[in-house]
Design a binder for this molecule. Structure first.
Ligand SMILES: O=P(O)(O)OC[C@H]1O[C@@H](O)[C@H](O)[C@@H](O)[C@@H]1O
Length: 301
């Protein structure tokens, strides 16, 4: 059976390769696991809450309609909690849409969001439909469509908060971010990245902005490409590792040494808000792939 559904989860198995599968928690439509030819590609905390009491620490949580906390008091998103409500709402499983490649869909509308939370976004005046499509081929593609089905335009941000699994963060390099503008959230400073490859030795939290979509990022471990992150209509990418102190402060981050085995590369539209006019739609996607040759894309600005 390519699809297995329980009350809380859905697992889609590759139709011609039983060792490849993706498992999604209905709460938050959070991808918890992607097995590629028997090998787990995502990191999931041992203490992640899977009962809906907290967003999942690990996998691919979905960030909408804000990224982080909105600091502008006059914004309709000011009262929303960190990273918005998509990751903490119960999505509906809509079923399979194509067989080859295998695609399943999940949906979220205002009626599924906790009414107390929904009221915090523009006093509950926005109507929206989110459709998440998950396509399992040799790659894993997540496609999001946001529709403004209401009577008012609204502003939003979107992000796939992907926790990639790595053998040891101190051995890992990420390429193709050179010459991109970035905002360092720890230093609260904006600058142009000059490192030909990024390496990790301490807490890391940067928003790389407006990156040509032709550029893909590769996570390289001792000369070997582990992960490739491709983007469609997602101009920004957050790179995050909490390191020692921040991990200690997160109750749902276990084991505490887990920061060694994860790296978040989060494709999104977060540097600026997108305005979605009433009646219109916006679509974007992230594709993760495994292995391949090292590709340096330094000549695309
Ligand atoms: O703890 P949360 O809400 O899942 O956020 C985790 C991290 O998410 C990242 O996207 C942010 O850049 C970090 O600043 C943040 O700490």
């Amino acid at each position: 059976m390519p699809i297995e559904e329980t009350d809380t989860k859905v697992t889609l198995t590759h139709p011609s390769d039983p060792s490849s599968s993706v498992t999604i928690l209905k709460h938050g439509a959070t991808i918890l696991s992607w097995l590629h030819k028997g090998k787990e590609q995502l990191w999931l905390s041992d203490a992640a809450k899977l009962d809906g009491s907290k967003p999942v620490r690990g996998g691919i949580p979905l960030v909408f309609p804000i990224f982080g906390k909105e600091k502008n008091e006059s914004s309709p998103a000011f009262q929303l909690s960190q990273h918005g409500f998509a990751r903490s709402s119960p999505w509906e499983f809509l079923g399979q849409t194509t067989e080859s490649p295998a695609t399943i869909q999940f949906g979220l509308g205002p009626e599924q969001v906790d009414p107390e939370v929904y009221k915090l976004w523009g006093e509950g005046k926005y109507d929206f439909t989110l459709i998440l499509s998950i396509t399992l081929d040799d790659d894993l593609t997540t496609t999001i469509e946001v529709e403004n089905s209401g009577k008012e335009d609204f502003d939003f941000k979107w992000l796939f908060h992907t926790y990639l699994r790595v053998p040891d963060i101190t051995d890992v390099l990420v390429n193709n971010l050179i010459d991109q503008r970035c905002y360092d959230q720890l230093l609260a400073t904006e600058y142009v990245e000059k490192a030909p490859v990024i390496s990790f030795h301490e807490e890391f939290d940067r928003i790389y902005k407006n990156i040509p979509v032709e550029k893909s990022f590769q996570v390289i471990d001792k000369g070997q490409v582990l992960h490739n992150v491709h983007r469609d209509n997602l101009p920004d990418t957050v790179v995050w590792n909490p390191w020692i102190e921040k991990s200690k402060g997160m109750a749902d981050f276990e084991p505490k040494s887990g920061y060694h085995h994860m790296l978040c590369i989060e494709a999104g539209h977060v540097a600026e808000y997108l305005t979605l006019a009433k009646g219109s739609k916006w679509k974007a996607a992230q594709t993760l792939s495994v292995g391949g040759e090292i590709r340096l894309q330094t000549n695309i600005f």
